[in-house]
Design a protein. Structure first.
Length: 458
């Protein structure tokens, strides 16, 4: 099985890097010579320096049945045209190449076609819609941390950076569970550059970024114990007129949240005001301190900084916190900024590139995958599987499963109830199972939850 990625920008690069870590056969197509040469020296895959919308290029790569063609250039039109060319070149009914297109234009990427076939593509993904949805989920959970949401009801993961005064510091997971007698699990730890799948004896250290899984009520309790009480977001300030901002307004405007929007460009502010008459739209620069006082912007519960400048987003979020705004969410475009922003005091971050990569990797995964999150630059993954009768894990107790090292079954949802399972828990058909694992062992995990194990190429 071959994975052809058209476009070696940040999204294409990340998808390729992720698949290469798993030992997949990856081919990158990039029209810009300097970028193609740079990628060729950096990644262990074949790189073609060709025009992506050329039928000759598509013929040269010799696509076969079951291959993936992933068009993630910066141009919507090029992505769609490339998928259409793949359709025409592989018109033999015996060959079906799965085609994915990244679309950013709001006119193309309405939520109605998100995740569906469109023109030449089998699956459409919009980074900005994915990022906006992630922000909405974060708001639902009080905007106290990053949130990894899962399709099955109430289950989610929140993170916490361990501070000098943290209740988790210098304690083993066993001791933490005894002190907080609730059904939750610390399922992943980021320590420096290392991703750790912990055991009960693992000791939490200052500076660790810990990821905790449970239902919303339990997570609220745990985070309150840790000094972060969840709050209902009733008022919010959105800063910026980016694509994320516009998608976010589409979702938030009908909700019972008192919204303000701060936009630097007068004409854009005017358009937004006309489109959303129930939203207070202000024209101004977020870097103008006097604006916060004059317009009483510090009265809101939450600030969401989603301009196209990630440094400005982080700084504006931090300034807002310093003048009394309780919660802050910032959009960033580089993974390195996520940890920095949170250590400085930003409550939650969203990375549209990472959201797009997650959505694409979810689509190309095997097994009945409901939700997918890649973590720490692709070093680890959190995947929600739907258990079917034909998979190896069905009707087996956890202690009977040959789960690979560096993986853990973190939670199970059964009949809308979230369970943190022990070794004697039996997995049943219809369960939704969340597995957290390092990327290198994901294929072995997929094998346990896939109906057709022949598709898994170890």
């Amino acid at each position: 099985m071959k994975y052809v990625i058209a476009g070696a920008g940040s999204v294409g690069y990340d998808i390729a890097k992720h698949l290469i870590k798993e030992g997949k056969d990856v081919l990158l197509i990039e029209r810009e010579t300097y970028k193609a040469k740079l990628i060729e020296t950096d990644l262990d895959c074949m790189v073609l320096n060709r025009e992506i919308t050329s039928a000759q290029t598509i013929q040269e790569i010799s696509l076969s049945d079951g291959d993936y063609f992933i068009a993630v250039t910066e141009s919507d039109e090029i992505n769609l045209i490339a998928c259409a060319i793949v359709n025409s070149v592989t018109s033999d009914s015996r060959i079906h190449v799965k085609k994915i297109a990244r679309i950013r234009n709001l006119e193309y990427s309405h939520a109605e076609i998100q995740g569906l076939p469109f023109l030449g593509a089998d699956y459409i993904i919009s980074p900005e819609i994915e990022a906006a949805n992630q922000i909405v989920e974060t708001i639902k959970q009080g905007a106290i941390s990053d949130v990894l949401a899962f399709d099955s009801g109430d289950i989610s993961v929140r993170n916490e950076i361990v501070t000098p005064g943290s209740i988790f510091k210098n304690k083993s997971l066993i001791k933490i569970r005894k002190e907080i007698d609730k059904p939750f699990l610390i399922t992943l730890i980021r320590r420096g550059d290392e991703a750790i799948i912990p055991s009960g004896n693992t000791v939490i250290r200052e500076g660790d970024n810990i990821y905790i899984i449970s239902d919303a009520k339990t997570l609220d309790y745990v985070f309150t114990k840790a000094g972060k009480k969840a709050m209902e977001i009733k008022t919010a300030l959105v800063v910026g007129d980016s694509r994320i901002a516009k998608n976010l307004l589409r979702t938030l405007a009908p909700r019972p949240i008192n919204l303000k929007v701060l936009i630097e460009d007068y004409e854009e502010a005017k358009k937004i005001s006309q489109a959303y008459p129930n939203v207070l739209v202000l024209e101004g620069d977020v870097r103008d301190e006097s604006l916060f006082e004059e317009e009483r912007l510090n009265d809101v519960d939450l600030i969401i900084t989603v301009t196209d400048n990630q440094e400005l987003n982080v700084l504006a979020a931090l300034y807002a916190k310093s003048i009394g705004i309780d919660r802050a969410v910032a959009a960033v475009s580089h993974d390195s900024y996520i940890s920095i922003a949170q250590k400085l005091g930003v409550d939650a971050t969203v990375n549209p590139k990472r959201s797009a990569v997650d959505a694409i990797l979810k689509y190309i995964r095997h097994g009945r995958i409901k939700t997918f999150h890649s973590l720490f630059g692709g070093d680890a993954e959190a995947i929600e599987f739907l258990v079917t009768e034909g998979c190896l894990a069905c009707n087996k107790m956890l202690k009977e499963l040959a789960m690979p090292m560096d993986s853990i079954i973190a939670a199970v949802t059964r009949n809308k109830e979230v369970v943190i399972p022990g070794g004697n828990f039996k997995i049943m058909e219809g369960d939704s199972v969340v597995v957290v694992a390092k990327t290198q062992v994901i294929e072995k995990v997929e094998y346990l939850f896939s109906e057709d194990a022949s598709l898994i190429d170890f």
